[in-house]
Design a protein around this ligand. Structure first.
Ligand code: MLT
Length: 325
């Protein structure tokens, strides 16, 4: 009897210890990490995430495997990560849409970006550009606006699903110029860009990271960048203020999040690895060539990201309440 009780106790202790011993934070990571990207491969979120995590994997000594989980403007992926084990092995590269704007557009959003995640690190700011098919009949933004106002009923605009960056920035643009084109959803702006280059879509508002090579190759037209300054990756593209639409200002951001309750030492390791990646000359060269804005060390902390998420949720609420559905 004593032996049986001891055996049961030993098993119970092993069970408890098993959880602790299997994944102590100080040994993290002891196996590969899954990075969920909420949009299609080769799009802006995917590209930024892969550039940074490739370097992070070297620092952490484990591979980081990207899984593209698409749909519902990235909210399917974010829901999955919010419910994943909080052991540091399932992360998400979210953005201004999944972790801010979606709150205003999905009344039954199954997660709360500000309370269901541990912020890890901001990776990049990504200015928004107004781009159109290469044969769009307008030579500059003023002509573009006149044309879309006159032809709104026949125009198609693409986006990456309700609540995505392209959706909310497109909604903002459409509201400012007072047009209601037909919105065509894709699983990311990589496939949307293909459709634009093929002439199946008329225009879209997209993150710069997705469009620099296509603009340089002449596959699509760029009318303006929606930031106060021109972007060094596309110095010939005017700002919206220069081109006559100062009211349209939009810059998105991409960041890593872990499920709520992921141990603080794990978040610290991930944050340090992400920050080290952002200081790496080759990572910086690749991000800057695509027009990204690399956050300063102070902007990369989990605390700064937590604050950004709160500010952005509040910032988008009145804007998205005002825009057309
Ligand atoms: C978006 O519009 O939210 C993004 O461009 C999605 C993506 O990474 O494809």
């Amino acid at each position: 009897m004593v032996v049986r009780i001891m055996a049961v106790c030993a098993a119970a202790v092993a069970g408890v210890m098993g959880t602790v011993v299997a994944a102590p934070a100080q040994d993290y990571p002891s196996r590969s990490i899954t990075m969920i990207v909420p949009f299609a491969e080769h799009g802006p979120t995917d590209v930024i995430s892969r550039i940074v995590t490739e370097h992070m994997a070297k620092t952490l000594g484990q591979s980081i495997v990207t899984e593209n989980v698409v749909g519902a403007g990235g909210t399917i992926a974010a829901t999955r990560v919010a419910r994943a084990p909080n052991d540091g092995y399932t992360l998400i590269t979210g953005h201004m849409g999944t972790h801010a704007a979606a709150v205003s557009l999905y009344p039954n959003l199954p997660y709360r970006p500000d309370t269901d995640f541990e912020p890890v690190a901001l990776l990049a700011g990504t200015p928004i550009l107004i781009v159109a098919r290469k044969d769009f009949p307008a030579k500059d933004l003023k002509e573009f606006i006149a044309y879309v106002r006159a032809n709104t009923g026949t125009l198609n605009t693409a986006h990456a699903g309700v609540g995505s960056v392209s959706h909310v920035s497109g909604q903002l643009f459409n509201q400012i110029v007072n047009i209601r084109p037909t919105g065509v959803p894709f699983n990311g702006t990589a496939p949307a860009l293909k459709a634009l280059a093929a002439g199946q879509i008329d225009y879209l508002c997209d993150q710069i990271v997705n469009v620099v090579p296509a603009i340089k190759a002449g596959a699509i037209k760029a009318y303006a960048v929606a930031t106060p300054e021109r972007n060094p990756a596309l110095p010939e593209v005017p700002t919206t203020a220069e081109a006559g639409l100062p009211a349209f200002q939009a810059q998105a951001w991409n960041a890593i999040f872990a499920p709520k309750g992921t141990p603080a030492p794990i978040i610290a390791r991930l944050n340090a690895a992400a920050s080290k990646a952002l200081d790496d000359p080759e990572v910086r060269r690749r991000l800057l060539a695509l027009g990204s804005v690399i956050p300063s060390p102070a902007e990369r902390t989990p605390q700064a990201l937590a604050q950004l998420v709160k500010v952005e949720i509040d910032r988008w609420k009145p804007v998205l309440m005002a825009v057309a559905p």
